[in-house]
Design a protein around this ligand. Structure first.
Ligand SMILES: Cc1ncc(COP(=O)(O)O)c(C=O)c1O
Length: 396
């Protein structure tokens, strides 16, 4: 092994290699066959247009001539952005969250890092519910904690007994992501309440147990008007989210952390996270982004392309014979691969120029993630390959 980079980083690079490999394969295939002939369903990069309200806000902000707005700002963000996000969060979660309880962050990714660093001591445990967003492992370990994986049930809902059994003296936080990447599952109201109950039974004043709600897909919903949430049922909840998906602006890094009023150590936690927002190197979400968010915090992109892609993709997968739990939110379908070796099946799809991600990368082998935040033609183009690969292994 090379001595040029830190051992931990070298090992993380190896474990993240499945994403890079797929990216590289995609690049090679696109160079060889042309963009249009490669059906890349491997990336979670939202492709809906941001809503008109976003562009209007951008124009208004660009027209302002106030040099002070481009300087360093308070570490928690601009007051106007915090107030707008607080109002939005209060409505969305049916909670009374004040502007002083919101910190603007560099995406949900920045918010998760800030929150984890604020609460974790070396050797603490952080529970994630599998299947899970692979970057959690890096965030948790960078915050000197250990990742503990608790599997969901077969419909990708939280398994409350398994969760209760996994909580130890060392558990510091549980990360919950609904709608979920990679499954598209929306956790039911009953499970959200149950989850809150399990945590409340284990939470102690001298050993606080935090619920980190990673919610960037909260408003990417297909069959529901409102996403159930444990936020209102568990006092030690930290909401972490962003506008990456619902405003469709992941490049702008518009994220936030919000701490509901019931949190016992709200002030201390907010102070710690505000400091970390700077000392971890983020030094705020970009000023321009915050000023835009202050003007369009409750807007949402049009979900009709995603809905159409989801409907067509899921109907086709079922018809071909794939076992699938219908995604009710987010941007992904997560069917079972027709052979247990998900990596092998994903390779088979590559030969048909269809790119997906093996489930093992999300802590759930025997499945694959198919992103549907792509042009509709890309979904249509991928279907013959998805069918042929399925038929091929079934006949073998
Ligand atoms: C589950 C989950 N959490 C967090 C993030 C990070 O999002 P952001 O762009 O807000 O940093 C993503 C991005 O895809 C995600 O899927």
């Amino acid at each position: 092994m090379s001595h040029a980079i830190a051992r931990k980083v070298a090992s993380d690079l190896t474990s993240a290699s499945f994403i890079r490999e797929m990216f590289e394969k995609g690049r090679r295939l696109k160079a060889e066959f042309g963009e249009k002939n490669v059906f890349d369903l491997s990336l979670g990069n939202p492709n809906a247009s941001p809503p008109e309200a976003y562009f209007e806000a951008l124009r208004a902000v660009a027209a302002e001539r106030r040099p002070e707005l481009h300087r360093y700002m308070p570490n928690a963000g601009f007051d106007a952005a915090r107030a707008a996000v607080a109002q939005f969060v209060s409505q969305e979660y049916r909670l009374d969250v004040g502007a002083s309880s919101v910190i603007l962050t560099s995406g949900a990714a920045g918010g998760l890092n800030v929150a984890l660093h604020a609460v974790c001591n070396p050797g603490d445990e952080v529970i994630v519910l599998a299947p899970f967003f692979p970057e959690y492992r890096f965030y948790v370990e960078q915050a000197t904690a250990h990742l503990v994986i608790v599997p969901c049930d077969e419909t990708f809902q939280p398994d409350l007994d398994a969760l209760a059994g996994a909580i130890t003296e060392r558990t510091r936080a549980v990360i919950v992501n609904t709608p979920n990447n990679p499954t598209g599952a929306v956790y039911s109201d009953e499970r959200c309440r149950g989850l809150a109950r399990v945590l409340a039974e284990r939470d102690r004043p001298d050993r606080p147990l935090y619920l980190l709600l990673d919610d960037p897909y909260r408003r990417i919903l297909y069959d529901l008007d409102w996403c159930p949430t444990p936020a209102a049922h568990y006092p030690r909840t930290i909401i972490v989210s962003s506008y990456s998906k619902d405003l469709s602006i992941p490049g702008e890094r518009a994220g936030y952390v919000a701490v509901p009023p019931a949190m016992p150590e709200r002030e201390l936690l907010l102070g710690a996270m505000t400091m970390l927002n700077r000392t971890l190197g983020y030094v705020n979400a970009a000023a321009l982004t915050q000023r835009v968010i202050a003007r369009c915090a409750s807007a949402r992109c049009d979900l009709s392309l995603y809905r159409k892609n989801r409907d067509v993709l899921c109907a086709a997968l079922r018809e071909y014979g794939y076992a699938l739990v219908e995604p009710r939110g987010a941007l992904y379908a997560f069917p079972k691969t027709p052979v247990p070796d998900d990596a092998e099946f994903v390779e088979r799809l590559v030969t048909r120029r269809v790119l997906t991600v093996p489930g093992r990368g999300f802590g759930w082998p025997g499945h694959m993630r198919i992103s549907f935040c792509v042009e509709h033609e890309t979904i249509l183009g991928a279907l013959p390959g998805l069918k042929a690969a399925f038929d091929e292994v079934r006949k073998a």
